[in-house]
Design a protein around this ligand. Structure first.
Ligand SMILES: *Cc1c(COP(=O)(O)O)cnc(C)c1O
Length: 475
């Protein structure tokens, strides 16, 4: 399988060539040259693989369609090392829970940092270790996080030979629990950098450093942001696992609602659907930062400035532009790389927006690709958390609450609606207390982490200072 860039670069690249990369050299995002098709017989076989063997074996089946430059036995071993009941809490790895009529929760939040990013990042840690070892190389990961990416990356890479992590985060904007999770790590290969700004300032710094090709080469800079193809691919697996739990037959349709920020999670759903998984609707749920909801309602994609980016109680969805969105638009435009490059390059740079409302292709976002959307606010979040607690005795986190709120607006008779549970309530305890007047349960291994010593450096939002720090610590 070869990979191409959404902006037209067709240099043949295989999986391991792009594993350690972020953006393509032309500024686009990598996608497979085609989506492997899963027919009914394969779907039936995979159902058995998941139920009678394991999630790890299912992951191997999906990944091996996209990865042909790692020997099958090695790839299977990597999957088996990654997806264990010990790391993810249950044998199902992503267990489904019934909420109410037709509505289900798929738990993606039982990994080491209690958020869905562990699902991909734990695999990435093992893939990086494998590939770097094979090449005899080192890698310095530079990342930007609004909370969950950073801790997931650090818990996946801590202690891994040949890897250092430099993680930027918006100073003072993560929950105390998230800060404690990241900053309490004492591993020498983990560096926390708190930037005086918002998440997008952090993302801009990562972009600026990555665009300095000489620096990038000299210091072997890599990324684990959600634009990394391997992360997206790892996420495709749990759409299949969710489908196999929500249905008994392979001709049934299922819809998924995905609490969305950078469009990484739901983009994996798009890939699963393109492979032939019978998904009726992909419901994009946003918070007050409704860039994506606006696009799917109106056809206008309008990035927000820092000043218009709201700080919300579902902070991992606080984005001003959705970094994976270009992948979907590329498919929506019939894989027209020239047009994609123009929209996400000159058009956004000049106008901060583009408008597809008059283009007949826009109607296909819902029609052919199944995308619909909705928005949830702080008040909705509180009401949904209260409602799930009082009616079902179910405590859900703030991001998942955004998902449940929007999912309820898109239910269709006879089609199970699976909401992806993206974090556990303990990560956002302040809002849970506001909603319910009680503290969420805390897993034993996290008791008292706020009191541990913190390792973090505060820095202004300047790429040069971050570069200097990296240079100093890569000697
Ligand atoms: C990252 C994150 C999201 C948003 O996922 P995207 O892939 O950026 O759309 C939602 N909820 C939680 C808890 C997250 O950590």
């Amino acid at each position: 399988m070869n990979y191409l860039s959404t902006r037209g670069d067709h240099t043949p690249r295989r999986f391991c060539d792009i594993l350690l990369e972020g953006l393509a050299p032309d500024g686009g995002l990598y996608l497979p040259e085609r989506y492997p098709q899963v027919d009914a017989a394969t779907l039936a076989r995979w159902r058995k693989v998941y139920h009678e063997q394991s999630y790890a074996d299912l992951a191997f089946e999906v990944l091996s369609l996209y990865i042909d430059d790692i020997p099958a036995a090695d790839l299977r071993a990597i999957c088996q090392k990654t997806y264990t009941a010990e790391v993810f809490g249950t044998g199902e790895i992503v267990p489904l829970r019934h909420v109410e009529n037709g509505l289900w929760l798929e738990a993606l939040s039982n990994g080491p940092t209690l958020a869905f990013k562990d699902m991909a990042m734990q695999l990435l840690g093992h893939l990086f270790e494998y590939e770097l070892g094979r090449r005899g190389e080192q890698l310095n990961i530079l990342g930007a996080t609004s909370g969950d990416t950073g801790s997931a990356a650090e818990y996946a890479m801590r202690g891994k030979a040949g890897v250092r992590v430099f993680m930027t985060s918006p100073h003072g904007r993560m929950s105390p629990f998230q800060q404690a999770q990241m900053f309490s790590l004492q591993d020498a290969n983990i560096h926390n950098i708190a930037i005086e700004g918002v998440f997008d300032d952090c993302q801009d710094i990562v972009k600026a450093v990555s665009n300095d090709l000489e620096f990038k080469r000299k210091y072997k800079i890599g990324t684990v942001n959600s634009i990394n193809w391997a992360r997206l691919l790892a996420q495709v697996v749990y759409y299949f696992a969710g489908y196999f739990q929500a249905t008994t037959k392979d001709d049934q349709q299922v819809s998924f609602t995905v609490p969305s920020g950078n469009f990484g999670n739901v983009c994996a759903g798009h890939v699963a659907r393109m492979m032939g998984l019978p998904i009726a609707q992909l419901v994009v749920a946003t918070n007050e930062n409704d860039v994506l909801d606006e696009f799917f309602r109106t056809g206008v994609y309008r990035v927000r400035g820092s000043a218009d980016t709201h700080e919300t109680s579902s902070p991992s969805m606080d984005i001003s532009k959705a970094s994976n969105f270009e992948r979907f638009v590329f498919d929506l435009l019939g894989r027209d790389a020239g047009r994609t490059a123009d929209l996400f390059g000159p058009q956004l740079a000049k106008h901060g927006r583009f408008d597809l409302s008059a283009d007949p292709l826009f109607a296909q976002a819902a029609g052919r690709y199944g995308f619909v959307s909705g928005k949830s606010t702080h008040a909705d979040r509180l009401a949904t958390i209260r409602d799930c607690w009082s009616r079902h005795g179910l405590m859900i986190d703030t991001h998942t609450a955004d998902g449940v709120k929007v999912a309820r607006e898109h239910l269709q008779a006879g089609v199970p609606m699976v909401v992806l549970e993206t974090a556990l309530p303990i990560k956002f305890a302040g809002t849970i207390v506001e909603a319910l007047g009680r503290e969420p349960e805390r897993p034993a291994k996290f008791v008292g982490i706020e009191d541990l010593p913190k390792r973090v450096l505060v820095m202004p939002a300047q790429a040069d200072q971050v570069k200097a720090y990296i240079a100093q610590h890569c000697a």
